[in-house]
Design a protein around this ligand. Sequence first.
Ligand SMILES: CC(C)(COP(=O)(O)OP(=O)(O)OC[C@H]1O[C@@H](n2cnc3c(N)ncnc32)[C@H](O)[C@@H]1OP(=O)(O)O)[C@@H](O)C(=O)NCCC(=O)NCCS
Length: 188
Amino acid sequence: MSPRRAPRGRPVLITDRLVLRPLTWDDLPELEALDADPEVMRFLDRPRTPDEVRERMLSRLDPTADAMGLGYWAGLERGRFVGWWLLSPQGPGLAEIGWRLHPRAWGRGLASEGAAALLEHGFTTAGLERVVAETMVANHASRGVMRRAGMRPTGVVHRGADPWLPSADEGDWLAELTAREWHAAHTP
Ligand SMILES: CC(C)(COP(=O)(O)OP(=O)(O)OC[C@H]1O[C@@H](n2cnc3c(N)ncnc32)[C@H](O)[C@@H]1OP(=O)(O)O)[C@@H](O)C(=O)NCCC(=O)NCCS
């Protein structure tokens, strides 16, 4: 992965198969399609309407996060949108990582490839000290991305029942990775 500075905070990140570039309003139709898909939203929420997705765009394009080199990235494989990745600021030196890919892109390691690029960016260019992640215990695919990214499980929390998400009863899976751990794993 080689970071290339974009004019503003978030850089474009290049991996073997992906170009991860800052998300923009032009990606709205792709985001609407993602959030309307019950399979994509299975462990997140009920499918969302285009209006709801448009409302969320404002926080997804937060200039404060961008100034820190954080926020949302759109992932393109050979020029085609495959999904988004996120490093969301949570406090000094701390960010939460996340991902949401189109089902046509699942099962090929693309989510993990993008996550690795975001972690490298977070712990080098953006100067993060710690990155955390959370997913439903039942979301084994997302837990797999965390594991392949080298994230360490830190526990399970119960955030209560959700009528849209029957498996919410099992709780949410937490994981984290510190800058020290990341550098130790990436120093030859
Ligand atoms: C979570 C999500 C991104 C995971 O996608 P994924 O395709 O399972 O994850 P990866 O891209 O890391 O791919 C891993 C799979 O590809 C396979 N694979 C193939 N080539 C690979 C490679 N070069 N490197 C790594 N894995 C590879 C792995 O074996 C694994 O398959 P398996 O689960 O059958 O063992 C996807 O399910 C998704 O977008 N879900 C909807 C949104 C969501 O739930 N987001 C998370 C909310 S917290």
